[in-house]
Design a protein around this ligand. Structure first.
Ligand SMILES: [Zn+2]
Length: 234
C-alpha cells in the first residue's frame, strides 16, 4: 500500500471520522471515531491496551494487545494505536520530525494522574523526540456543560479546570460543580512544553450529541465506545 493511497482510502471509507486538517501528512493515519465509524481501526496493525484508568504508558513493538494501561507510543510504521472512550478524553500525539506517534485515554483519573504529559515524556525518552516538535489533538469527550462532579473529585483539579455554577450556565446540583477535561489536558501539555499552535482539537460534548457520540454518563450500560487511533503507514 502506498502512503498516499492508504490515507485516502481511510477518509473515503470513513467519512464520519473526525480528523485534524493540519495533519495531512501522507504517512500518517489518524482519527477520532464517531457512532458511524466504530470499526475503522479493524485493519492490519491494530494495537491496543486493556484500559484501566491508570497513567501507565507502554511502547508498542508489534500489533495486537500490548498490556494493561492507558497510553501507547511507537516509532514503528505499520501499527495503528487504538483507544476506546465514551466521555473520557482521547488524546493523539505525533512528532512529524522524528516520526513517532502516541495515544492516550484521559478520563478524570488519568487526567489528574497526568497521562497526556506522561505520554509526551515517553516519546521524548524512548525516541528522542523534541518536545517542541510534538503536536497533540484532543477528541470528543464529556464537556464542562455536562461533566458534573462532587467536591472530592473537583479538588483534584487545578482551579482553572473547575467550572463553578453561575448565571452563564445551568446550575449544577447543590454542592456540585463541573470539570473541563479539555482545559485540564491542554494546560498539562502547555506546561509540558508543547507550543500553543501545536495543540489541536476536534472536540465537542459526547453527552450533548447522542446522534454522533456514545456517552457512558448518558447511556450507562447501553453505551458503546468511540474508537480513536493513530499510526504511520508501512
Ligand atoms: Zn454537554
Amino acid at each position: 500500500m502506498s502512503g498516499a493511497a492508504g490515507t485516502g482510502s481511510a477518509r473515503e471509507d470513513e467519512p464520519a471520522l473526525l480528523q485534524i486538517r493540519q495533519w495531512s501528512f501522507p504517512w500518517l493515519i489518524h482519527g477520532f471515531g464517531t457512532r458511524q465509524s466504530e470499526r475503522w481501526t479493524h485493519r492490519q496493525g491494530r494495537t491496543w491496551v486493556h484500559q484501566i484508568h491508570s497513567n501507565m504508558v507502554h511502547r508498542a513493538a508489534e500489533p495486537g494487545y500490548v498490556a494493561d494501561g492507558d497510553a501507547l507510543v511507537t516509532d514503528l510504521p505499520g501499527l495503528l494505536l487504538e483507544i476506546r472512550t465514551a466521555d473520557c478524553m482521547p488524546v493523539l500525539l505525533v512528532d512529524p520530525v522524528r516520526r513517532a506517534v502516541g495515544i492516550a485515554h484521559a478520563g478524570w483519573r488519568g487526567t489528574v494522574a497526568g497521562i497526556a504529559a506522561r505520554t509526551v515524556q515517553q516519546m521524548v525518552d524512548e525516541f528522542g523526540c523534541q518536545i517542541t516538535n510534538i503536536q497533540a489533538a484532543f477528541g470528543p469527550s464529556i464537556g464542562p456543560c455536562c461533566f458534573e462532579v462532587g467536591p472530592e473529585v473537583a479538588a483534584q483539579f487545578a482551579p482553572s479546570a473547575v467550572v463553578q455554577p453561575g448565571p452563564h450556565r445551568l446550575a449544577a446540583a447543590p454542592g456540585r460543580v463541573t470539570v473541563d477535561l479539555l482545559q485540564a489536558n491542554k494546560t498539562q501539555l502547555f506546561d509540558a512544553g508543547l507550543a500553543r499552535e501545536s495543540i489541536f482539537q476536534a472536540s465537542s460534548c459526547t453527552m450533548c450529541h447522542p446522534e454522533q457520540f456514545h456517552s457512558y454518563r448518558r447511556d450507562r450500560d447501553q453505551s458503546g465506545r468511540l474508537v480513536s487511533g493513530i499510526g504511520m503507514l508501512a
